[in-house]
Design a binder for this molecule. Structure first.
Ligand SMILES: NC(=O)c1ccc[n+]([C@@H]2O[C@H](COP(=O)([O-])OP(=O)(O)OC[C@H]3O[C@@H](n4cnc5c(N)ncnc54)[C@H](OP(=O)(O)O)[C@@H]3O)[C@@H](O)[C@H]2O)c1
Length: 256
């Protein structure tokens, strides 16, 4: 039976196959939906599903983050980072993050205990003994992140490289599976040497997880971070702004 009625305010990150475009209307699966938390503007609601589901799946589902554990959230002032810091703090973790100096107070306000200015400091020299890292930067940042873990710790990468488990889950053919295994080969070998693990996460739609996230917004644990919103007909300007960087949290496109 449907939990939704006509006129309900809902939000979602639509499932794969229905994303990667801009549209005023979209048909989506009911299982991907949840009711918008009371008091959120449409822009605030729109800013949350992708990044909050990513944070949830990284910290709760894949990371099994426990109170007292140490987590590094890269790019804490960005869309994913700004929500992940808040969720990690709620889960009772000690939270470090990387951000520009100008965003240090902002990420502290979100809950970061330790802030490393990635432009002037080397996070590898500053941090050690971490249980979990969420990497949204990719490249060399992933390899360096492996080296700040305690043995048994885990880096979860959302900006790549993809790993064999992802290729299997996607049902890719053997050739593509091999190619994907090769992409993360160096990172996985490094991880093995250090007795830590690397996992790639491609987040998925989930109305059920979104309901748990909505409850955290309702009780004031999580707050959306909208750096800037643009009307629909200024979508190119929104993309320009994203390309230039310097905005906090999410950039949102609103209705016309
Ligand atoms: N796999 C998945 O399921 C999934 C899900 C969501 C997002 N993603 C990917 O994750 C990445 C991040 O997404 P996002 O929306 O959070 O991006 P975003 O909001 O555009 O991130 C921008 C932030 O990155 C920070 N930054 C740039 N270079 C950095 C560095 N070297 N070290 C630390 N921080 C750095 C900037 O910090 P300052 O402003 O402080 O300089 C800025 O706040 C993207 O590649 C996106 O495609 C993947």
């Amino acid at each position: 039976m449907s939990g939704f009625r006509p006129g309900d305010q809902v939000f979602a990150r639509p499932r794969d196959g229905r994303i990667e475009t801009f549209a005023e209307r979209i048909a989506i699966d009911e299982a991907d939906l949840a009711h918008v938390p009371a008091g959120l503007s449409p822009a605030e609601a729109a800013s949350l599903p992708l990044v909050a589901l990513t944070a949830w799946q990284a910290l709760v589902v894949r990371g099994n983050l426990q109170p007292g554990q140490k987590v590094l959230v890269h790019a804490g002032a960005g869309g994913v980072g700004s929500v992940t810091i808040q969720l990690a703090k709620h889960l009772g973790a000690e939270v470090a993050t990387t951000a520009s100096a100008k965003n240090a107070d902002f990420v502290r306000d979100l809950g970061a205990d330790v802030v490393v200015d990635y432009r002037t400091q080397d996070f590898e020299a500053e941090l050690s003994g971490y249980d979990l890292v969420l990497d949204s930067v990719g490249g060399e940042n992933v390899v360096k992140s492996l080296r700040i873990l305690r043995p048994g710790g885990k880096v979860i990468g959302i900006a790549g490289p993809p790993d064999p488990a992802y290729a299997r889950a996607k049902g890719l053919n053997p050739v593509l599976r091999l190619a994907i295994a090769a992409l993360s080969g160096t990172v996985r070998r490094q991880a093995k040497k250090l007795a830590v693990t690397y996992e790639f996460l491609w987040m998925h739609a989930s109305g059920e997880q979104l309901r748990q996230i909505a409850a955290l917004v309702d009780d004031g644990t999580l707050r959306p971070v909208v750096g800037k919103s643009f009307p629909f007909d200024q979508t190119p300007q929104a993309l320009d702004a994203l390309g230039k960087g310097g905005l906090r949290g999410k950039v949102v496109i609103t209705g016309p």
